[in-house]
Design a protein. Structure first.
Length: 348
């Protein structure tokens, strides 16, 4: 009988190769057990890799839209808060005008003018609100402060125009009738606060763009996600406050003074209506954005589930594989150790 020789070196090298392969397999198995997806998507999926890439790209696109929507929703929420503050200021001012109508004493006039000043301060402060470094009422001019308090210059312009108006009628300012004062305010003062046109000086108050920011809130929807300081609400509030400041302290007849109060009250009411209209339009955009978010999240869940079906591995199977490979490695290490301890010296 002939016996073939067996090289311990060959066995040792074979064990080393086994250990190296087992270590690689264990690394992949451990990664799959931890992440729940294949360690090498391309190798595992083969021809379905393109489908996996498409699904991942779709979820990334949805995430981008959801991120944009979050920024837009934050801007609209801040705008709603500011519009609410301005509307409250306009309503309080209107109530003050109504309560003090017909009172010509200095105390009532001072209270009315103070209320006008407070309303104007609320308008300027809220109108210049910033969110994430952008002015929310500046339209597309988000880096430009939209509102400037031009009441001092406007007051001087109104009083100068009133003097010229009464001179043209051939009567002193103190003798103007209520009808004449109403005509002056509606034909001379109101055009100063128009958004545009002859006589408009609103550009001295506002640097805002009349074009609102728009956002794509879904694949097919684009909505306005801001409003601007050129809307009627803010202009009429500035007009009501400035008319009061410029004219209520002048020596006017009772009829003319009441006309000033009535016009200021009318403008304050239009300011409330305009501000509420702006808030309503933003509310519609907010509602659409919320519904779009719900639809996008539903789509994202579907895509994620599809990705899991393609890329996902059974965590229990992966864990079992890791344990099995650990056992193999330990056995291989033991064999290699035993082989390394073989020596002819032990048999001499």
């Amino acid at each position: 009988m002939k016996l073939s020789s067996i090289s311990s070196s060959a066995i040792q090298n074979a064990m080393r190769l086994t250990i190296r392969q087992s270590q690689n397999d264990m690394t992949q198995a451990s990664l799959e057990a931890t992440t729940g997806v294949y360690a090498d998507i391309g190798v595992s999926l083969g021809g379905k890799t393109a489908q996996s890439i498409d699904l991942t790209r779709e979820t990334s696109r949805i995430d981008a839209i959801l991120g944009s929507n979050s920024v837009a929703e934050g801007r609209m929420t801040a705008s709603q808060d500011a519009l609410s503050n301005m509307s409250t200021a306009a309503q309080d001012f209107m109530n003050q005008l109504i309560a003090l109508r017909g009172n010509k004493d200095s105390t009532s006039a001072a209270l009315t003018q103070q209320k006008a000043t407070d309303s104007l301060s609320s308008l300027i402060g809220a109108g210049n609100t910033m969110v994430n470094g952008q002015y929310i009422f500046a339209g597309t001019n988000t880096d430009v402060q939209p509102l400037t308090d031009n009441s001092t210059t406007a007051t001087t312009d109104i009083q100068t125009a009133l003097t010229a108006y009464s001179t043209g009628l051939g009567v002193p300012t103190s003798q103007l009738t209520g009808a004449q004062m109403t005509t002056f305010i509606t034909t001379k003062v109101e055009p100063m606060f128009a958004a545009s046109g002859a006589g408009s000086k609103w550009n001295q108050w506002s640097a805002a763009s009349s074009q609102n920011l728009t956002s794509r809130i879904s694949n097919s929807e684009v909505v306005d996600t801001s409003t601007n300081a050129n809307g009627p609400g803010m202009r009429y509030l500035a007009l009501a406050a400035t008319v009061t400041t410029a004219l209520s302290g002048l020596p006017l007849s009772s009829d003319a003074a009441n006309a000033v109060t009535d016009q200021a009250t009318s403008y304050a009411r239009q300011a409330v209506d305009g501000l509420n209209e702006q808030a309503s339009q933003l509310g519609l955009s907010q509602s659409r954005a919320t519904k779009a978010d719900d639809a996008l999240n539903a789509q994202k869940n579907i895509f994620n589930n599809s990705i899991v079906d393609l890329q996902g591995v059974d965590p229990y199977e992966a864990s079992t594989k890791v344990n099995s490979l650990e056992t193999q490695l330990q056995t291989a290490y033991t064999i290699v150790s035993k082989i390394q301890q073989l020596s002819l010296v032990n048999y001499l």
